[in-house]
Design a protein around this ligand. Structure first.
Ligand SMILES: Cc1cc2nc3c(=O)[nH]c(=O)nc-3n(C[C@H](O)[C@H](O)[C@H](O)COP(=O)(O)O)c2cc1C
Ligand SMILES: Nc1ncnc2c1ncn2[C@@H]1O[C@H](COP(=O)(O)OP(=O)(O)OP(=O)(O)O)[C@@H](O)[C@H]1O
Ligand SMILES: [Co+2]
Ligand SMILES: [K+]
Ligand SMILES: [Mg+2]
Length: 525
């Protein structure tokens, strides 16, 4: 269930800074000519201002951020427009948006240079002049340490004559923002730098919060091609059209589902009914129980299965491997440990477990989990891509070394002298591994490290059961019949997964369908 609760009012609590009460008053009473508290269906328009975006030099992330946040606040974004740094264009767009929507948010063009024209453009939209706002002048002087009223740095203090300032407050520190948001009528002018815009919006979002509406959202994940379920989607839409907004989003790269259906309404009962109708009409067994944030919930789910009385093979495996990883963290400090990560399935399963243990043992630690990636031969682009995804998902500090494994480990001694142990996804069925132990020092002649092998006695099937049950993201090659990954020149899909259709076209089933784990390395030479 995914109900998007409105964020609580950012500006509550006591504000003692008496000198700014006049300004803050504006804030508590967000009144303008269009928006009033009786407006049950507030809308918003977003104007992204900047030539750099139109040229493709910078990707706009602000509109996505704002849209998501406004949606969560119960405000419907009706239009997003990207325009150039041109006075007349800005004036025209702002005038039009201001007439059409409850709130208008602009992003960009509030800096000190010649191409920063937002304040002037917005002033022009309302037939106003820009004037030096005394409080902003003081702030700019403080910021830039200049007293020269003609300095370009003070350009930022020239705002539309009737504009107001909104000072936000940091929810955690209760500190009042140093720099205000400038607003005239229903137009709010945010800076274009994403960090600044996001910070400012965080502090001032209560201006936009719609007290009347919570959008209820459900997501239904379906493991069928969109064309096959289109009649049911259309049927559901026809039935609930006036009450529920239905969306259908195919995903060609997800390993767990093919289509995500979304149901949205400001009435919970309506989404419940539409969901029920969908569930009853979609093909039997086609709806997938999908965890959309497997990494963020790793600790919760891994320890969830450990703590139950569950005596399934999966629970026993997870309990055991987790215990070994916990021992690793008891014996070694985080800076002494890393996980050997080459994008393969075994270390992917292991990474998930290790991350769950690490986050549980060190919930407040800001240090990233370290991963060692020895890149050799010609790596598959799919592996490189997946390594980047895993880095983001698990907040990894990746140490990459380009060399043969043995040489790389010697290099690691000098580049990262604090490291003492490597947690690995080695299994007993791997070549030369039958006599390994869960804690095995490297062999004589190798750089000295403790090898820690928490999933040593897991089978091929155990690894896939774990990955698939926990919806863990994995390298896409495994969905194309690869069952063990070396480098490009020596790795092929597993012949045991080959399917030949009536026209003689060859394809491969995904790795988790391989029945006999002993033939795991049949695609390697
Ligand atoms: C951190 C680390 C330590 C290793 N230590 C040893 C070792 O002590 N002795 C050894 O023969 N191989 C060692 N290896 C090599 C592995 O056993 C194995 O040959 C390598 O991961 C290649 O696997 P693959 O053939 O499945 O791609 C080590 C590898 C890594 C990543
Ligand atoms: N190039 C490497 N860089 C870092 N660690 C590695 C590397 N190669 C192997 N390892 C470690 O050794 C373990 C066993 O290697 P292996 O090649 O079997 O990878 P895997 O994760 O098991 O994936 P697969 O068996 O599907 O190729 C890995 O799980 C990883 O911990
Ligand atoms: Co392996
Ligand atoms: K669609
Ligand atoms: Mg491998």
């Amino acid at each position: 269930m995914n109900v998007l609760f409105r964020k609580t009012n950012a500006i509550s609590g006591k504000l003692s800074a008496a000198s700014r009460i006049s300004v803050l008053n504006n804030h508590f009473c967000p009144r303008n000519h269009l928006f009033n508290m009786a407006d049950n269906n507030p809308t918003a328009g977003i104007i992204i201002i900047g030539d750099e975006i139109l040229k493709g030099h910078v990707m706009d992330t602000n509109s996505r951020f704002l849209s998501r946040r406004l949606f969560a606040l119960g405000v419907k974004v009706k239009k997003i427009s990207v325009i150039s740094d041109d006075l007349d264009v800005i004036a025209k767009e702002v005038a039009e948006f201001s007439q059409s929507f409850t709130h208008v948010i602009t992003s960009g063009g509030v800096g000190p240079t010649h191409d920063d024209l937002t304040f002037e453009g917005v002033a022009k939209a309302f037939g106003e002049e820009v004037v030096a706002h005394p409080e902003l002048v003081d702030l700019c002087k403080e910021f830039f340490g200049t007293d020269d009223l003609k300095s370009p740095k003070l350009k930022m203090a020239l705002i539309p004559k009737s504009a107001k300032l909104h000072f936000g407050m940091n929810k955690q520190t209760k500190q009042i923002a140093k720099y205000p948001l400038v607003n005239i009528r229903n137009v709010y002018m945010f800076p274009g730098v994403p960090q600044l815009l996001e910070k400012s919006f965080d502090m001032l979002q209560s201006i936009f919060a719609n007290p009347h509406t919570i959008f209820h959202v459900r997501e239904v994940y379906v493991d069928r091609d969109e064309v096959l379920i289109t009649p049911i989607i259309n049927d559901t839409d026809a039935r609930f059209h006036d009450r529920v907004v239905l969306g259908s989003y195919p995903d060609f790269y997800n390993s767990y589902y093919k289509v995500k259906l979304t149901l949205e309404s400001d009435n919970q009962q309506n989404v419940d009914e539409a969901q029920k109708f969908l569930m009853e009409n979609l093909p039997h067994g086609s709806v997938v129980n999908y965890e959309k944030d497997p990494c963020g919930t790793a600790s919760e789910h891994v320890y969830g299965i450990i703590k139950t009385e569950d005596s399934s093979h999966l629970a026993v495996n997870v309990r055991h491997a987790t215990r070994v990883i916990e021992q690793a963290f008891e014996k070694y400090k985080p800076e002494e440990l890393c996980i050997g990560f080459n994008g393969g399935k075994d270390c992917t399963a292991l990474l998930h477990l290790t991350y769950a243990v690490y986050r549980t043992k060190y919930p407040d630690e800001t240090r990233r989990l370290q991963a060692l990636y020895i890149r050799r031969g010609q790596p598959f682009p799919e592996i490189e891509l997946f390594t980047k995804i895993a880095k983001d998902n698990y907040h990894l500090e990746i140490i990459t070394i380009h060399d043969k494994i043995k040489e790389a480990l010697f290099e690691l001694k000098s580049t990262h002298p604090t490291l003492k142990a490597v947690i690995m996804g080695t299994r007993r069925s791997d070549p030369y591994c039958e006599n390994l132990e869960e804690f095995s020092p490297t062999d004589p002649g190798w750089a000295e490290y403790m090898r820690i092998n928490p999933i040593l006695d897991w089978s091929y099937k155990d690894v896939w059961t774990f990955i698939r049950t926990f919806n863990i993201p994995y390298c896409s090659l495994y969905d194309r019949g690869y069952t063990s990954l070396g480098s490009m020149e020596n790795t092929h899909p597993n012949p045991g997964l080959q399917v030949v259709d009536s026209k003689g076209i060859i394809s491969y089933k995904p790795a988790y369908m391989l029945a006999n784990g002993d033939s795991e390395r049949a695609g390697r030479n």
